[in-house]
Design a protein around this ligand. Structure first.
Ligand SMILES: *Cc1c(COP(=O)(O)O)cnc(C)c1O
Length: 441
């Protein structure tokens, strides 16, 4: 810890982060993709394996969740140009050049957030393992068979548990319940009431904690370990979650191709992703780096009171530091990002892959939320709005301008594409949407 405090005092960015000021950290260890990927414990084959597993489950998803029928059981979201919102953001940065898009995971079917990628993938992977081990699937069987009454009775003997600030619980809970599992979600104090109520309507057991996310996770982990029939989805360490998220990159590449958006050295792609514990943001980044290499530049965005990944990566301590160590509260209206300690697994994988991390004040989230609703008619939850801070401020910091200069990107910025990864909002009830739209901090 002494080492970390020393760094807090010596680095201007860490000092600003500890003061809860809006800032950006540009990763000094950022390396060419080929070099960076060589030291990562995951490969392209791992991501392809995850994508193939999701395809095997597509008939089941399609049958159980008819809203996915149009996409043949693929849980996927639109990629939408948002020129009006770009004009609003450019108000703060006259230099904004290139095109702005929204990756609308807020509208992912089933769970209404990015957690519909990793969370649902992990439940399905566990299900496939159980089904193969216990002979529920024969060679050539469609996975739709797993919806039968006998299978449901079989799964009802098993429990799936998870710790969550809300959205991961929704995705794991809804999918587990849909297959017949007993599901238990350990919710931190940050979780919104409507998310707990929705889970209970799905028959999920919700255990509430007065404490933060890390405490909910460790309690859930402990309780699950005591039950041999229970499986724990471990957001802080899960490789399955990570790979489920990484599948997003191949899907995005298809959408960019369909929309005629070029990505190469002369057409750089900038992606901005809200970061909590890091699994979603990190998994997507890994997938993008595999496919686009040095042409893609990924930035995370965290709340000023909960910049856990910034602290972990900038100090090199990863999960060895939490936001409270820097004197921050960890409390934020961005409930999906209310995480005090980053995933060590993800922080390690991101070491040379991530371009940088912005921090954003809560008050700005609600301004972005209103702007996006007014200009594009699209509703996002506060956590998702964090990503707008990236394109709004890429051109305003000396450090990010230097990043662009150093990589000889300046001349290509008029051909750049910027993607705000909208991580959630689809399931937010109307009354809560109105409350958000009228929140001024
Ligand atoms: C969970 C979540 C995130 C961040 O994902 P991590 O895996 O925790 O980094 C971002 N936005 C929303 C809406 C989320 O629910």
């Amino acid at each position: 810890m002494n080492e970390a405090l020393h760094m807090l005092l010596n680095s201007p960015v860490l000092r600003q982060a500890a003061r809860a000021a809006q800032t950006v950290w540009v990763n000094p260890a950022y390396a060419p993709a080929a070099q960076a990927l060589a030291s990562v414990p995951f490969t392209r084959a791992d991501v392809e394996d995850a994508a193939a597993r999701l395809d095997r489950f597509a008939p089941l998803i399609k049958a159980r969740f008819p809203e996915t029928a149009a996409q043949n059981g693929r849980i996927e979201s639109p990629l939408t140009p948002i020129p009006q919102m770009q004009r609003v953001l450019a108000g703060d940065a006259a230099e904004f050049s290139g095109s702005l898009y929204l990756k609308r995971d807020s509208d992912l079917p089933v769970a209404g957030s990015v957690k519909a990628r990793g969370g649902i993938y992990e439940v399905l992977k566990h299900t496939e393992e159980l089904a193969l081990k216990h002979g529920l699937l024969g060679v050539g069987d469609s996975y739709e068979k797993l919806l039968c009454d006998d299978c449901r009775a079989f799964f009802s003997k098993y429990t799936i548990q998870v710790g969550s600030t809300g959205n991961l619980g929704l995705s794991i809970g809804i999918m587990s319940a849909a297959l017949g599992y007993r599901a238990i979600v350990h919710m931190s104090a940050d979780a919104r009431e409507w998310k707990k109520a929705l889970l209970r309507r799905h028959g999920v057991t919700v255990v509430e904690y007065p404490s933060d996310y890390s405490a909910a996770v460790s309690s859930g982990r402990k309780l699950s370990e005591q039950d041999p029939m229970s499986y724990f989805v471990d957001d802080e360490n899960s490789e399955s979650l990570f790979l489920g998220y990484a599948v997003a990159a191949g899907r995005l590449r298809m959408q960019l191709l369909e929309q005629g958006v070029l990505v190469d050295a002369a057409h750089p792609l900038f992606v901005y992703i809200p970061c909590g514990v890091g699994g979603a943001a990190g998994g997507i980044t890994f997938g993008l780096k595999l496919l686009f290499g040095d042409a893609v530049h990924t930035f995370f965005v965290e709340p000023t009171q909960a910049p856990c990944m910034l602290l972990g990566m900038a100090t090199g301590l990863l999960s060895g530091i939490c936001v409270q160590d820097a004197g921050l509260s960890g409390q934020t209206h961005a409930d999906g990002l209310a995480v005090g300690r980053p995933s060590g697994l993800v922080g390690g994988v991101m070491r040379e892959l991530l371009s940088g991390i912005f921090t954003v004040q809560d008050a700005q989230l609600f301004d972005f939320l209103r702007d996006c609703m007014r200009t594009e008619g699209l509703f996002l939850e506060p956590s998702a709005c964090a990503a707008f801070a990236g394109p709004a401020r890429l051109w305003t910091y000396a450090d990010t301008r230097a990043y662009i200069e150093r990589r000889n990107l300046s001349e290509h910025m008029q051909n750049s594409t910027h993607i705000v990864w909208a991580t959630g909002g689809g399931l937010v009830p109307q009354s809560v949407r109105e409350e958000y739209l009228q929140t001024y901090l």
